[in-house]
Design a protein around this ligand. Structure first.
Ligand SMILES: Cc1cc2nc3c(=O)[nH]c(=O)nc-3n(C[C@H](O)[C@H](O)[C@H](O)COP(=O)(O)OP(=O)(O)OC[C@H]3O[C@@H](n4cnc5c(N)ncnc54)[C@H](O)[C@@H]3O)c2cc1C
Length: 507
């Protein structure tokens, strides 16, 4: 059995790993010179010194622990999560709130800092229940239906956590707007999804399903791209063939020919028994040339409103408000929230959709330099990645110096040694489209919204039987960020798709 995988992002690489270990002959076609897709490294220089940075993903956390181990990654990588809990700042306030993992401690903190008197314990108990249900589906490579959810979780939890609106979920458990906004971040992390839309609640559970660090986020030694390099090394040893710098332009359906072109060469073709698309779904539909798929893809919500500001410093950054001098404070995940109510958060998403260059909502801060120091790699400089919301799609970052300065100022206000700041790179949804081929600049390829999430996040003519099938041909599959569960450096869709292919092979 010969399988072609189109796209060497995390999902293509994970799918290849599982298929090859099951004895399948695998060839990966990759348009770019290097594998990794939206897990990529770039270089910039300041004062003659070169700095490497992550232009796409920065941190690890959404991966399933079994995938981390079964692919062979766990044996070869070192990854850690900060000891310090997440730190939340509200812009304009001279204080911080540290969200302990211990539910009782967390409840006490948010009561005193944010006046939150909701049922935090019930929220975490129900969340755990839903997460366990979803993780079981990942492990079994079975995408659950609404009926499955009702059977396992009951109707109440299913309507609150899966089919319902984020606003209803947040109002059920929390009383303070600050607490509600903090959890609403998960809903709008990649795109402008309304908190009042059906299935918007689901993202809150979905984003908590990573098990590599038990629901938390962390860092990979050598930076996140080391994970891709390591998986490439493992896949290479397994005998997987990767053809870089090669764009697939057509997949012929009658004899499953993959037609591809390399620089300056005439088109070539190779025949396979199965083809898996691990690219964005819009490009995949065109390459397949199935009119129904092209029509479906053109109906999808694809806009992204996230961007990234990577900040460079000549010395290690020291964060303010570390009065207790706690371990890993400088490395902790930090959030700066600019909106005060859910309505303001909703309005900022809408403003970016209407073309407002930057409608400040929140920034998630990944302290990559501090993590490098924790690994003992002691660079004398620092790099901080700031994942920002909400940005309009129209402009590249290079045309928005005022937005760049605004976000720089926002972050520097929380730093004790801002004089060491050298400069930054701003990437907007437009840049992400250009760099990574994301059709609308969305980091999940398509939005995580109603009709595009949970069981509806598929491209199959018969999802109940063959969820990862692409269109109406059983021999063609799709497994990248635009399928269930979603994007991220996780490879869950790649694994589930590979398992589906293997389970359906004739014995
Ligand atoms: C700015 C930013 C920050 C992010 N931060 C994080 C983070 O910190 N942690 C996290 O977990 N996730 C993060 N993400 C999300 C994560 O990077 C993506 O969801 C994930 O990389 C998607 O992987 P994929 O394999 O599904 O697709 P992709 O990475 O998009 O890979 C698709 C591959 O297909 C190739 N391809 C496309 N068309 C063709 C063709 N015709 N022929 C051959 N090859 C083709 C592409 O070149 C690409 O290599 C971030 C994303 C961005 C952009």
């Amino acid at each position: 059995m010969k399988v072609a995988i189109i796209g060497a992002g995390i999902n293509g690489l994970v799918a290849a790993n599982y298929l090859r270990r099951a004895g399948i002959e695998v060839t990966i076609f990759e348009k770019k010179a290097v594998a990794g897709g939206a897990c990529a490294a770039e270089t910039i220089s300041f004062n003659g010194v070169e700095y490497r940075y992550a232009s796409g993903a920065s941190v690890l956390g959404f991966m399933q622990n079994f995938i981390y181990h079964e692919t062979g990654l766990a044996e070869r990588l070192t990854a850690i999560t900060p000891e310090h809990e997440e730190v939340v700042y509200f812009e304009g306030e001279e204080s911080k709130c540290c969200l302990s993992e211990d539910v009782v401690e967390r409840a006490a903190t948010v009561r005193s800092r944010w006046g939150e008197i909701g049922d935090i314990a019930a929220f975490h108990k129900d969340l755990e229940h839903v997460v366990e249900f979803l993780c079981q589906g990942f492990k079994n490579a079975i995408v659950p239906t609404i009926d499955d959810a009702r059977r396992v979780l009951g109707s109440e939890l299913t309507s609150v956590w899966i089919t319902g609106t984020a606003r209803d979920l947040l109002s059920k458990y929390f009383t303070s707007e600050k607490m509600r906004i903090f959890y609403a971040i998960d809903v709008v992390e990649s795109g402008p999804v309304s908190l009042d839309s059906q299935f918007s609640a689901f993202s809150i559970a979905l984003m908590a399903t990573g098990t590599v660090f038990d629901g938390k986020w962390g860092f990979v030694r050598g930076r996140i791209w080391k994970l891709i390099e390591t998986l490439m090394e493992i896949n290479n040893e397994l005998g997987i063939r990767l053809i870089p710098d090669t764009e697939v332009v057509e997949v012929g359906s009658s004899s499953l020919n993959v037609v591809f072109k390399r620089d300056g060469m005439p088109k070539e073709r190779l025949q396979f028994d199965r083809v898996i698309f691990a690219t964005d779904p819009v490009s995949a539909s065109k390459i397949c040339n199935q009119s129904k798929l092209i029509e479906t893809a053109s109906d999808k919500e694809i806009i992204g409103t996230s961007g990234k500001l990577v900040m460079f410093f000549s010395e290690p950054v020291r964060w303010k408000f570390n009065e207790e001098n706690k371990t890993d404070f400088d490395m902790a995940f930090k959030f700066i929230i600019s909106t005060k109510t859910l309505d303001e958060l909703e309005a900022s998403a809408k403003a970016s959709l209407q073309g407002n260059d930057y409608a400040p909502a929140f920034s998630e801060i990944y302290c990559e330099g501090a993590a490098m120091r924790k690994f003992g790699d002691n660079p004398n400089h620092d790099v901080i990645s700031v994942f920002i919301k909400h940005l309009a799609f129209d402009q590249p970052g290079s045309s928005l110096p005022n937005v760049q300065k605004r976000v720089e100022r926002q972050v520097l206000a929380f730093i004790q040694n801002p004089d060491s700041f050298l400069g930054s790179v701003l990437l907007t949804p437009r840049d992400l489209q250009t760099k990574f081929d994301f059709p609308g600049g969305n980091i999940d390829h398509i939005e995580l919204c109603d009709k595009q999430t949970y069981f509806a996040r598929n491209w199959s003519a018969s999802p109940a039987e063959n969820f990862y099938q692409f269109g109406d041909d059983e021999r063609i599959l799709y497994c990248a960020a635009g399928s269930y569960p979603c994007g991220s450096i996780a490879g869950t869709a790649g694994f589930m798709c590979a398992r589906q292919l293997l389970d359906r092979l004739p014995v």
